[in-house]
Design a protein around this ligand. Sequence first.
Ligand code: BDR
Length: 345
Amino acid sequence: KKKLILDVDTGVDDAQAIMMALAAPNVEILGITCSHGNTKLDNACRNTLRVLKACNRLDIPVYRGCTVPLLGIQRHAGDFHGKDGLGDAPDPDAPGLELLQKRSAAQALIKIANQHPGEVSLVATAPLTNLALAAQLNPSFPKNLKALYIMGGNMESRGNTTVCGEFNFVADPEAAYIVLDRFTCPTHIATWEFSCKNSLPWVCNFLHSIAIAQSVGVVDSLPVSSPLSQSFCDTWLAQDTDKARFMERISHHTRMIVQTERYQKELVSGPGFNTCDTYALAAAVDDALVTESEEVAVTVELEGKHTRGMMVLDYMDLLKKKHKVFVMKSINLEKFKQLLTNALK
Ligand code: BDR
């Protein structure tokens, strides 16, 4: 089985990614580390436990990570994911935070990777603070990983939080910089634009996109039709299972908010679901999922007024970086849909 650790800031698409990993028969999840990000850290921890409970997998250890980025302001995406990160759907039976492990996320990452050198892949769908901290604490930690899969960054300087910045990287630019600099294991990146290309329209309707829409007029160039259709989304959520009903509940807020005038007025039409994080996860689960990727050196801009947190691709090799990453370009959509479907079975 593939050994995975997930680093999450459990909002709606992190939940989808976790459920996809849990459903994959070829995967063993060694632990889930939580970060600030889509919502406050305690919410992200609680949401992770809720997802595990919904899947009867509270046996998987969950670790509390960093509450704030290494530097700079704290950002959340409550308008999109709901204040609590999971659509503010009431859950009186939510598991308590006492179920969290005592070890911190960074320490857990180091320990798990060191216990299985070269065998564990890490899927990171949150700001990269926990990963950067672990690398600072133990420089050999990144070397012990088999591979790293990231949802974050951008490849065409198209942001969703700032003009040029994608949420996970903008929420901790220094952490993203450290990770892209020090993690020399094979690194696969599902960027913001990649998710837009493959997702339903409302991935492009992401709250953060308002900033771009207003400032650089990219709305016209975002896809108006998408490989994942609305009817796929409807069928996906209509599966007669407790997991599908859980997903229907926690994604209700995001599915509704994109139909409001505020979104419809400014952005491409149509409801759907935001599933960016699942691209990184799916790539880790199935080696044949990514059908095209570009190998290139990357770094993160730390200073620009409009570009802080933007991923920079060094096509001309001017940075002379030895380590290159794989920026995903296309995937096998049928396989991806199957993984999504299985997640709710
Ligand atoms: C990323 O930001 C978050 O809100 C999503 O969960 C995803 O990880 C997209 O920019």
